[in-house]
Write a protein that binds this ligand. Structure first.
Ligand code: G3P
Ligand code: CA
Length: 283
């Protein structure tokens, strides 16, 4: 069936358009998603927050300040207020070489709007952001996906740094493929690498049991690759994840040499702001 087809397809290399083709157009707007589709992305990556009136909003940051002409927390604004914001002009101002008139005034989007437009024509790689801030987000998300038939059509992966959020999703619908995100950065006491989520220890010390604990609920792991110019994972990490039945989808890879290096390590997909660069390599 379609869900099994999705799992089979995940065994092949996946181009995950990070916030859409967000290197070319303002992240999480129609131009970014349209360009990602044209560039051959397998998945559109969406980050979710909620409006004050409970709408699922596609935006990365907790706050509006960086990517819109509004300010303050997303969750303090109603849908109507959020839809009135300009989520495109900031891009033209900060990337003058890639600016396009059409980007000015681009709207923030709801998950419903994105699904209404693309349905099961695309696949969605949806991140639950700040689940502690939005305790009702998981249920609202799963209900939406089920109502639209997008789980059965094999159209969705759900990712989070929060193991708790992923487990909530699975309690609601155990068919949705999950990916555990991890972030490796140096420990403050200088003892090595650490991470935000409490899911895995230092990759140099990670054991099969650690990977298995993730494989109990997830199909894959999504790590960062570099911190402050230094690699935090290596080919051995990818191999050990594979040996434990986990896919590896590193984020966020925009440099072509870096993409090639990770392809050589055998990763199963990458998050990138430049899907065109990655599709040029994997064709
Ligand atoms: O979801 C993968 C990657 O996007 C995680 O980091 O902060 O860009 O959402 P962030
Ligand atoms: Ca993300």
């Amino acid at each position: 069936d379609a869900l099994q087809q999705q799992l089979d397809d995940l065994q092949d290399f996946q181009i995950i358009a990070h916030r859409g083709a967000s290197g070319h157009a303002p992240e999480h707007t129609w131009p970014a998603y349209q360009q990602a589709r044209r560039m051959g992305a397998d998945y559109l990556e969406l980050d979710l927050h909620m409006s004050a009136d409970g709408e699922l909003m596609v935006i990365h940051d907790d706050t509006l300040d960086r990517t819109t002409d509004g300010s303050g927390p997303v969750k303090d604004h109603t849908l109507a207020k959020l839809k009135a914001l300009d989520a495109g002009s900031w891009f033209n101002e900060s990337h003058t070489d890639r600016a396009e008139e059409a980007y000015a005034g681009a709207e923030l989007l709801t998950l419903d709007e994105v699904i209404d437009r693309y349905g099961s024509d695309v696949r969605y790689y949806i991140e639950t952001k700040s689940p502690e801030r939005y305790p009702e987000l998981q249920r609202a998300l799963v209900e939406t996906l089920e109502a639209e038939g997008l789980v059965a059509s094999g159209s969705v992966v759900i990712q989070s740094f929060s193991q708790d959020s992923l487990e909530q999703v699975h309690a609601l619908n155990a068919d949705i493929p999950l990916v555990q995100l991890v972030w490796y950065s140096p420990a403050e006491d200088g003892s090595g690498l650490t991470e935000w989520t409490g899911v895995t220890p230092d990759p140099a010390e990670i054991t099969d049991a650690d990977f298995q604990a993730i494989a109990d609920y997830a199909v894959g792991i999504g790590p960062n690759v570099v911190y402050d110019g230094e690699d935090v994972i290596d080919a051995g990490f990818v191999e050990q994840a594979h040996d434990n039945g986990l896919l590896v989808h590193p984020y966020t890879i925009n440099d072509v040499d870096q993409m090639q290096r990770l392809l050589d390590w055998g990763v199963d997909g990458m998050f990138t702001n430049f899907p065109d660069r990655l599709s040029g390599l994997v064709e």
